[in-house]
Write a protein that binds this ligand. Structure first.
Ligand code: ADP
Length: 612
């Protein structure tokens, strides 16, 4: 019988798995029991929806047995079983999930946090066993098969005998080493406590022989979502999160819903600590597990979650859903719509209470998933902006950390008309932007926007609590400039002519050239007119089929700067020089904004000209 090799990537993952992922080896049992439970779920579901099959509850269970002398631990179930093909496909390749292909494409590092997101549950057996044997007979099949592997070097499959449908996983437990004790996994009391800890809520009996050889059920079999909240500790929810593979991180927050109103359902929802590695890609699939009266009917029911809360993990159990319901029918199910609505509002309340009572935790949440909320404001034509606006946070110039719009508006001085914001690549860069000077000098708080989506989201919101948003690049900042600009008429006329001339030189590159009301120490900057800002221009032009949308730029000149004198001189005496200076200043403004210079060579030549 030929030995088959694991696929290359499986082998690498397997090594990582055995040596590093789980610090607690005991969880292998949780993984195997959970697979058994899934397998019984599948046969249970079939029996409930197929009239030809009957389902007698007593025939479905998981049995754990120990053969100390031979160091064997067996996990047997009466689940749906596996065909030869299933054994090959399910146990021969670790990374069946699309996420692995994704990982390779993106050449992500062998990050341990990623591994947990694959279906590697079964392989955890190799943390405690030298040899793993799987004997399985599938529902509807007469022949059983035996799969066997000693770890990374491959596996064999051959026909064998087995009574009844189901699967037996036989582990040859490793010998003790200097720093690891494996014997404990052959001790009945130890195994019981592991089962109690991780698998108590498994819905089928987990049977084990007691000291007299009498078989008894170890788990309480009440699913965690049916238990009373007051009986449960944070740890129980965290265990459930891990057991269900909702994520490899820890849950940041959980929500246990026991709704008995117009819609009756139970739900356990989690906000993960970190986004899954594919969260901000199109590969990511949102959704909750959907149970009908305790039976899993769908792994990822997308309709239960709005996109903007797509990061939420968890499950919903409702009594009134039909088992035979198809995906299409579910979409139109009124009951399900009600539940979804109810869930969305509960999640929002949870987040709001975090803002109030657990600010740091909320900030941590927002760092991870805030982007999704901002997308939520922006997408669907702003349909959900009312729901989401209170949940947004932006970096504040005053607080030097994230603040909510409510924080901002509630401490606005009376004379301040707008909620000011500045957009840039990073906080450091925005802080240095010439055009923020005036607003900051005035003592107003400015929100620093550093993500692509930020400004688009604010544009959709338009205002918060009747205060409109205002970019510091905007022409009219609604701030009275300091008095003391007592220009005489002649002066004003000269300035006007100079700026007209400059505008002529820059042709269609700028909308206008004007004396700046906001600049203090810098000679030049851009401001914009109209809806499109410079940052939006950047984002839009980076899109695949960009429409070449441009911001209407105004070149602002600081008339109190010495550069202005030089401009005036040139305007009076030397038109060529004026053209040179105008171009230089225009290009400087581009650089300050982080926009590309149209002709770098001409620009450097211009600089040389000034130097000579
Ligand atoms: P996951 O459970 O995350 O899919 P595993 O590596 O634990 O990943 O299992 C791989 C697959 O092998 C399962 O999805 C299931 O199809 C099959 N499998 C594992 N254990 C059993 C079992 N006891 N009975 C039937 N099928 C099983």
């Amino acid at each position: 019988m030929a030995k088959k090799a694991f696929k290359a990537e499986s082998k690498r993952l397997l090594d990582l798995m055995i040596h590093s992922i789980y610090t607690q080896k005991e969880i292998f049992l949780r993984e195997l029991i959970s697979n058994s439970s899934d397998a019984i779920d599948k046969i249970y579901y079939k029996a409930l929806t197929d009239d030809r099959l009957t389902f007698d509850k007593d025939n479905y269970y998981i049995r754990i047995s120990v053969d100390k002398d031979n160091r064997l631990l067996t996990i047997a179930d009466t689940g749906i079983g596996m065909t030869q093909e299933d054994l090959e496909n399910n146990l021969g390749v670790i990374a069946r999930s699309g996420s692995f292909a994704f990982k390779q494409e993106n050449e992500l590092k062998e990050d341990h946090s990623i591994i947990g997101q694959f279906g590697v549950g079964f392989y955890s057996a190799f943390m405690v066993a030298d040899v793993v044997t799987v004997i399985s007979k599938a529902l509807g099949s007469d022949q059983a098969y035996k799969w066997e592997s000693k770890g990374a070097d491959g596996y064999t499959i051959e026909p064998c005998a087995k009574d009844g449908v189901g699967t037996e996983i036989i582990l040859k437990i490793k010998e003790n080493t200097e720093d690891e004790r494996y014997d404990e996994f052959l001790e009945s009391y130890r195994l019981r406590s592991i089962i109690k800890k991780y698998s108590d809520f498994i819905r089928y009996p987990i049977k084990m022989a007691d000291s007299e050889g009498q078989e008894e059920t170890v788990n309480s079999m009440v699913p965690i979502w049916r238990k009373n909240k007051s009986e449960l500790k944070d740890e129980d929810y965290a265990n459930f999160y891990a057991e269900k593979h909702y994520g490899f991180d820890k849950p940041l927050k959980h929500l246990h819903i026991q709704a008995d109103g117009t819609v009756v359902y139970r739900a356990i929802l989690f906000i993960p600590e970190k986004p899954p590695f594919d969260f901000y890609t199109k590969e990511y699939e949102k959704g909750l597990e959907l149970y009908s009266n305790g039976v899993l009917i769908m792994n990822k029911c997308a309709d239960l979650l709005p996109d903007y809360f797509g990061f939420v993990k968890g499950m919903v159990d409702s009594e009134d859903l039909s088992l035979n319901i198809s995906r299409e029918m579910l979409q139109h199910d009124r009951q399900l719509k009600q539940i979804a609505k109810n869930i969305a509002s509960k999640i929002k309340s949870l987040l709001q209470s975090m803002i109030k009572d657990e600010r740091e935790k909320y900030e941590q949440f927002f760092q991870a998933f805030g982007r999704q909320l901002k997308f939520g404001v922006y997408s669907d034509f702003g349909m959900n902006k009312e729901t989401l606006q209170d949940l947004l946070m932006f970096h504040s110039s005053k607080e030097k950390k994230l603040v909510t719009l409510d924080d901002y508006v509630s401490r606005m001085p009376e004379d301040q008309k707008y909620v000011y914001y500045a957009v840039g690549e990073s906080i450091e860069r925005i802080e240095k932007m010439p055009k923020t000077e005036l607003v900051l000098d005035k003592g107003y708080e400015v929100l620093y926007l550093t993500e692509d989506i930020d400004e688009f989201a604010l544009k959709v919101l338009m205002s918060y609590k009747d205060k409109s948003f205002k970019s510091v690049s905007d022409q009219d900042l609604g701030i009275e400039a300091d008095a003391g600009d007592d220009k005489n008429e002649e002066e004003e006329k000269g300035q006007k002519e100079l700026f007209e001339a400059m505008k002529g030189l820059l042709a269609d590159k700028v909308k206008d050239v004007r004396a700046s009301k906001r600049l203090k120490s810098h000679p030049v900057c851009f401001s914009t007119e109209g809806e499109v800002s410079i940052e939006m221009e950047k984002v839009l032009s980076a899109m695949p089929n960009n429409q070449d949308v441009k911001a209407d730029k105004v070149l602002e000149i600081n008339v109190h700067h010495t550069v202005y004198r030089s401009l005036k001189d040139a305007h009076e005496k030397d038109q060529e020089k004026l053209a040179l200076y105008t171009n230089l200043l225009y290009n400087q403004a581009l650089l300050i904004e982080g926009l590309p210079i149209e002709d770098p060579l001409a620009f450097t030549n211009d600089i040389c000209k000034v130097m000579v």
